[in-house]
Unconditional design. Structure first.
Length: 364
């Protein structure tokens, strides 16, 4: 792969301030500095067209490093600002982590507006007013359930982008009653973040459904490649369309994402592979059988639950600690179930549809 690499890749330092990071991003976007990786990487160079590299988790738990060009990132930022009627000098607040495309997008949208976002990721107490911000449903739930400072911050904004996980109708209704102007955002790292707002594609984006009702995408904000896995990237396309694993439908000419065709869930904005969770638990706690599934939750979007079959079972706290250490905080189960057996598909894979029906009748 290195013979095709034409540009240095440097990993972002957690010691950099937002100002320093924005300056480096600005240089990366105009090829006046190295490309930037927002997660640890083994790669030292990338194709010259790649400006930023962000990691995302696939259905098998495989981490894919997504290479994004300046054209894709700027197209995404400009389309978002235009949709929101943002003007030069308007401000964003940063409430999302910078190892996710949604957080990085706040920086690039701010660059386009000639401002620097107000970093509120680790700030307590009263929060300043801004024009725009972006959150995940977990943060909205927190604001509507006791975090008055965050609530006031969201109410004061002209618009609040929300995405990264499914949002319940109840939570949407509560936000509207509270006076928050929510704009639902759908996207992924491969589309340089959100490119469908309130069910409608942004400028320079096209969508359609495949015969299996999976969402297919075309547009200027599409990524360039998977770093070190170019054949995998090419395999995502059919007749020029990027084929996602998201199942969708149209209602009143607006896109509604109804689920995923693979086994990755999104909990609190974090991608979690159910297959990877099951495999890791089985390897760590031998002699037991595990099933992982998601339940819709107003706070988490997809809430991870674990079903366990066996004897001399480990403590739930031990499982929590193990999964957090291996996959991150988003992988802490939100519930445990102890059925008498796990329903299986013909290939020996856990049948999650039947398991979901089964655990309704099983006390946790």
């Amino acid at each position: 792969m290195e013979q095709n690499a034409q540009r240095e890749l440097r990993t972002v330092s957690p010691e950099w301030t937002v100002s320093e990071l924005m300056a480096r991003i600005a240089k990366a976007l105009v090829s006046d500095g190295p490309a930037l990786a927002f997660s640890p990487t083994s790669h030292t160079h990338v194709p010259s067209r790649v400006s930023l590299v962000l990691s995302t988790t696939g259905s098998s738990g495989l981490v894919k490093e997504v290479g994004l060009s300046a054209g894709a990132l700027l197209s995404s930022a400009r389309a978002a600002n235009n949709f929101l009627a943002a003007s030069f000098g308007n401000s964003w607040s940063l409430l999302l982590p910078l190892n996710h495309i949604a957080g990085v997008n706040v920086l690039i949208r701010s660059l386009e507006l000639g401002t620097e976002p107000i970093d509120l990721r680790n700030r307590d107490g009263e929060l300043p007013k801004v024009d725009f911000t972006a959150i995940v449903p977990t943060q909205l739930f927190k604001a509507l359930n006791g975090d008055d400072h965050l609530l006031a911050h969201l109410i004061s904004a002209k618009a609040v982008l929300i995405g990264g996980a499914p949002i319940s109708a109840d939570l949407m209704a509560q936000a509207k009653m509270a006076g928050i102007n929510l704009v639902t955002s759908y996207g992924m790292t491969e589309t340089a973040g959100g490119f469908i707002y309130n069910g409608v594609p942004l400028a320079e984006s096209e969508i359609k459904l495949t015969s299996q009702n999976c969402l297919a995408i075309k547009g200027s904000a599409l990524a360039s490649t998977y770093i070190g896995a170019e054949p995998l990237w090419e395999a995502q396309f059919e007749d020029g369309w990027f084929i996602t694993k998201d199942l969708a439908k149209f209602e009143d000419e607006k896109l509604v994402v109804i689920g995923r065709s693979d086994d990755v869930i999104i909990s609190g904005g974090e991608n979690i592979s159910l297959d990877a969770v099951e495999g890791a638990l089985a390897a760590r706690f031998t002699g037991k059988t595990f099933g992982a599934l998601a339940k819709n939750d107003a706070r988490w979007g997809d809430a991870l639950h674990v079903a366990i079959v066996g004897e001399d079972l480990p403590a739930e706290s031990e499982i929590n600690d193990f999964l957090i250490e291996k996959f991150g905080a988003g992988a802490k189960p939100k519930g445990f179930f102890y059925p008498s057996h796990l329903p299986l598909l013909g290939i020996g894979k856990v049948d999650r549809n039947k398991l979901a029906q089964l655990i309704v009748e099983v006390p946790s």
